[in-house]
Design a protein around this ligand. Sequence first.
Ligand code: NA7
Length: 545
Amino acid sequence: MVSTEPTTHDAIVVGAGFAGLYAVHVLRDRRHMQVIGFDAAGDVGGTWYWNRYPGARVDIESVHYSYSFDDELQQEWHWTERFPAQAEILSYLEHVADRYDLRRSFRFNTRVVSLTWDDTDAMWTATTSAGTTHRARFVISGAGTLSVPKEPEFPGVEDFAGEVLMTGNWPHHEVSFEGKRVGIIGVGSSGIQAISEIAKTAGHLTVLQRTPNYATPIGNYPTRPDEEAAEKADYRAIRDASRNHFLGVPYSEVQPSALAVSPEERRRVFDDRWNRGGFRLFIDSFGDILFDKAANDTVASYIRERIRERVHDPAKAELLAPEGYPYGTKRPPLETDYYEAYNRPNVDLVDVKGNPIAAVTPTGVRLADGTEHDFDMLILATGFDACTGPLLAMNITGRGGLRLADHWADGPQTYLGLMAAGFPNLFMITGPQSPSVLYNMPLAIEDHVDFTVAALDHLRERGLDVIEPEPSAEAAWVAHTNELAEATLLPDSPTSWYMGNNIPGKPRRVLVYLGGAPAYRAKCDEVVAAGYEGFTLSSASRVFA
Ligand code: NA7
């Protein structure tokens, strides 16, 4: 049968997570563009499709971590918990897909394997894993920031006789841990969430920990009807407050400096934020903890103290209490009863920092000193090739055959974290060097998609069809994002996906914009007000200054 599906489109959208769904809705339903979307997954959901390991949960209250673009949607949806689990967020995205009839614009189980710009007619060509080819003037990537799991770096992993599971690509079938000897590598956010749950049913759980983390309580609870009603009555103000906050949440109690207050007042603030949960300790306690080592030391030692209170075995407590790097320079995990898991008789903690994992064997894991740990199941919670990985995985080639991989050989180069010089009409939603993961993601996504759509409107109104950053504007943005990072403690982290150095061989460069969402939005507004300053706008054949 010959396919009658068009292969030339106005826009190609990559991904059916928060970004791709919103992009398709706006471009197709509000701008009446002919749009096609692709996702490697079997359905919508993005992050929340893949990361379905036990305990997977959002770390920002979902009344905030949700779309704001349609008041009816935010009024009608009911979250059952303050910080819902993966299944509920996936249901929400499925509801969004149904509500706006979005699935019909997507091809699922279809990965974009290359994207190539053609200078002669100013069109992108996408090839897909389904063997199809599609052309479009514009590409909107909603490929995600944490969607390419880190390759297992343990020799022998393919020879393990039991099951190997990855938190970032968890099976869809029910996984039972009953009576099994389970090993888990990694104590980032994913590992910490998974350990807390798996410990409850595993026959035996062994946690292989390299760097202990500063995990703090999430403070989850079932939705309180009065709180929900009050929020829905004032949703617009809450969204405005969120957009005007560094992290995109309406927290408003940050004090300037941990060093400017008495030890008693500091303790009071830390206790209060610890007890109230979320990212309050990190972002709504003292404004200098990410910038001043002495200020950071106060919160780091507070967290260590709280960890030691919760873990009964002093030897385990010592291993779990992080030392030697500042709090917040690795993405701070949030937890429920994580430290208490180590008080269970079926949970062991093994330090693999001094004695690293040498290999996976058919029966388990062998450490450098020859010690063997036998498992029936091995779980890799070892993280992601963050921010740049999802874009580089698409084999993108821009003007004059310039490969994105070469352009970014020394780290990402973008203008506003949204576009790269030499890659016209390619919009990277929550791309590297934008606030992305340091800004409540659904709002960061809406802002980026809205910026993109406004730029397309601007082009169309002027009879133009190509937009790209000037190399000088890109260079200035890269320098600016690096300077912002240098002013923080982030470069002091031993390994952090914020800095790209969790992946062997990846350039150590900051991957997020650290000036905060309000400063970023102000900069974007300035660029637009100045007629898309720093961008070159052109028609397919003629370049306008
Ligand atoms: P993370 O935060 O990057 O955590 C990965 C964990 O895996 C971390 O504890 C790593 O230790 C550990 N790891 C990675 N490679 C190894 C090797 N070779 N040996 C031992 N341990 C290793 O990923 P997550 O998936 O937990 O979280 C990612 C984000 O998703 C999270 O921040 C949220 O934004 C959602 P290390 O610290 O490098 O010593």
